[in-house]
Design a protein around this ligand. Sequence first.
Ligand SMILES: Cc1ncc(COP(=O)(O)O)c(C=O)c1O
Length: 483
Amino acid sequence: MAATEITKLQAAPRVNLYEEVSGRILRLIDNGVYKIGDRIPSVRALSQQLSVSISTVTEAYRLMEDQGRIEARPQSGYYVRPYLAHLPEPATSQPIVEPTPVGNGELVMRVMRDTADPRLLQLGAAIPNPELLPLGKLSRSMTAVLRKDKNLGSTYDAPLGCEPLRVQIARRALGAGCTLTPDQVLTTVGGAEALNLCLQVVCRPGDTIAIESPMFYGILQTIESLGLKALEIPTHPRDGISLEALRYALDQNDVRACLVIPNFSNPLGSCMPDENKKALAELAAERGIPLIEDDVYGELYFGHERPKVIRAFDKTGNVLLCSSFSKTVAPGYRVGWVAAGRFQAQVEYLKFVRNVSTPVPTQMAVAAFLESGGYDHHLRRIRRTYAKQVALMAQAVARYFPEGTKVTRPQGGYVIWVEMPAHVDSIELYRVALHSGVTIAPGPIFSARGKYRNFVRLNAAFWSDKVKDAIKNLGRLAAEMKK
Ligand SMILES: Cc1ncc(COP(=O)(O)O)c(C=O)c1O
């Protein structure tokens, strides 16, 4: 970056000189001189350019780091971070808090069929970007495990699943604040089966389950398929489920279980603060309500630390923790897992009755990939890319969608939740977008009652000029909808 763009500050010392320095750099960032991912001048270079002390620049950079605008990368310098705080965000959701069967199955299946169509630009499905998956390494791991054990897959495995994978899962759980032993983990066919097993173990048909709202449609349809009722709870777009609303709902209703996605929920991208996670674990234990926790996006955090799982605050085995490698390694391998706490024996029995065990070769390939040590490096790379793309997509939505549009500020994962003006019908938008070769996920599939008619979920795992044009086109189509 040209030194000429940062003119020298007046030499006279001021009380808040560092704020002035940070203000200058922020203006350059906001004007696009430095874009997301660009390196800004080093502390030394800037101190020379502005004729201020090293400590003033250091202080200015610390301020910008605290504000989430830049990040320090070891031995490399300071970089511009994705930033969304200036965009208006949706309010806490206000669903009708009454138990209800889940509708919309037909619409969900229609959307699902379109997401398998390779001719369409997939902004609807929450699929990871294949270019950001370690597919080459994974297939080498698969070859290696098949070569090492010629009999791999020649017999039935025990329901718990392959031990080398369960060891790796137990090791990684430490990073999420919880101690698991390999025999507390059971492997599953994706996170979907883990959730399905848990719901089936803790509920009976006709029971009510409290969930955050909006909620991932796959979970809603699982609730429906098991003959359960959903109790949708108001949810904050950044902090997740409202504990106050949940407490009140538990007082008013006979609730059998609670299911939440505490880390980077789908579709909100919300992440519950630790104190809320702890309070929720305590509330559920107090009331004797099993808590099913879905952590499939937990590793995709944009901040400095992996957020804890609720299970980390669980003292009674009341939390059934579910996750998978679908979002970070490969969804098609269908490798997931559950640590079901005090329900483990029942989950193990149900797993055996259902399909005996999870296919062995894919589990062993994922285990070998994890053992090889490249996973953390891979995660660092994809987190950075998704953080950048989420910001770019949210900014494009803010720019091209009709006035009054609001967008979430996820701090992890790769989906954004967009609230359009009240008259815009997302199902109609879905239909017209399909004609132009683009899929979106219309809001009503994220609600048991078909709420969120003027919302869409967009997948930011993909970013290119083509995606940007598609966002522009979607914005135009939404703007053309009559009041
Ligand atoms: C929140 C959430 N939970 C669970 C799943 C299912 O995960 P898997 O693909 O591992 O079955 C998904 C997939 O999109 C999801 O978004």
